[in-house]
Design a protein around this ligand. Sequence first.
Ligand SMILES: C[S@@+](CC[C@H](N)C(=O)[O-])C[C@H]1O[C@@H](n2cnc3c(N)ncnc32)[C@H](O)[C@@H]1O
Length: 458
Amino acid sequence: MSRPARAAAPGASRGRRTRRAPERGADRTGTEFEVEVGPVAHGGHCVARHEGRVVFVRHALPGERVLARVTEGSDGSRFWRADAVRVLRADADRVEQPCPVARPGLCGGCDFQHVALPRQRALKAQVVAEQLRRLAGLELAVRVEEVPLPAGAPEPGAEGLRWRTRTQFAVDAEGRTGLREHRSHEVVPLADCPISTPAVVGSGVLAQRFGNVESVEVAAGSDGGDPLVVVTPSAGAHAHLPRLPGASVAVRTPEGLHRVSGRTWVGERVPVRGEELSFRVSGAGFWQVHAGAGAALTAAVLEALQPRPGERVLDLYAGAGLFTAVLARAVGEEGSVLAVEGEARAVRDARRTLHDAPQVELWEGDVAEALAEPELAGAEVDLVVLDPPRAGAGRTAVAGIAALRPRAVAYVACDPAALARDLATFAEHGYALEGLRALDLFPMTHHVECVAHLVPAG
Ligand SMILES: C[S@@+](CC[C@H](N)C(=O)[O-])C[C@H]1O[C@@H](n2cnc3c(N)ncnc32)[C@H](O)[C@@H]1O
């Protein structure tokens, strides 16, 4: 199978806001007004109404009264975006942001630092329930679960911080690393990023300056090796790199990764049912970012699928083989796991990790195309796990999965709206939601990971 084509990143210039709707009427950016804040909405903001118009307000909580400042919107816009720049009546769950730049007009990385953690999870639960109701017609009481860090309990006051093992930093015109403002290409230089792990920050990238560099990704694996810093040079330029003695360094080139020092991959260890499984992830390839994600997600998938020795499993959007490895152990050598993944590098990583598991087969290619292959479309499959990117699996892939009539499906989803759309398609094809777990794999942000368990209806 051929590798699916990947779209190029949009090349918007620095300093401009992105995805702005065409302007109609006078620009109202900067306009301030007092407003009562309504319910939370998907995307890290709350809904308010001002003079009949919907305004999505960040840095606020439902029920608060705030002074809102418009960040995007004109007289002709259907809705405006705004920041709460002053709180006139605060909610009891409002807290002081642990990071000095998690504030209106500054870093866009976190959405909910001003909210106590239990309330963050309650807001996300509301969003998941609303998406399921609106897009899939499902009424469900959702609870978002806290996910522990493998290192043990955090220091008092540090709950919800230091979980992120992979962070992509942007670089400004002076060569300083930081994160972008919300919906903007402006870089806010950082000395620390409190949601990133000590190993990510300890790589030294925030203390250094880079020349001719677009972005700097840091991946800190759980095997105790040095963090890997992957540098993407500015278009057509030769990157000038600082010394980073505590890190492996690689430069992304059109031909692939060019090693500067150390390894071009990181090692991951995941505890599963009393054993520790090892994985290899090249470059800044996909791996769940929360330090406790591997353990939490594999446990949720095993709980949903209840795999038995000898069963035949499909792992779709398999990445470096996290679920493949776990399911291969569960079904044993008399069973089988077919993993499908679009990125050649991730398939190579999975091959290295799983070379001694004869029950595993790895396919490189597009999932929807793979499901249409006669070899797979006619196969007998007991269980399916799918973990698609943010956009979801889509109608063709869902129909292909349902046509295989597996006895159970575990759908791992990072966007509840895409999940809800795909659940509606599964329902059309005779699959019902049996259970759903929502995991707080992204504290301080609006993101949430769900694992949906589907079974044949009726
Ligand atoms: C959310 S990641 C999940 C990876 C893996 N399950 C894990 O937990 O580490 C999604 C994966 O799907 C792959 N992918 C995206 N679109 C794809 C497609 N249309 N066909 C096959 N793989 C795809 C990406 O390369 C990525 O590795």
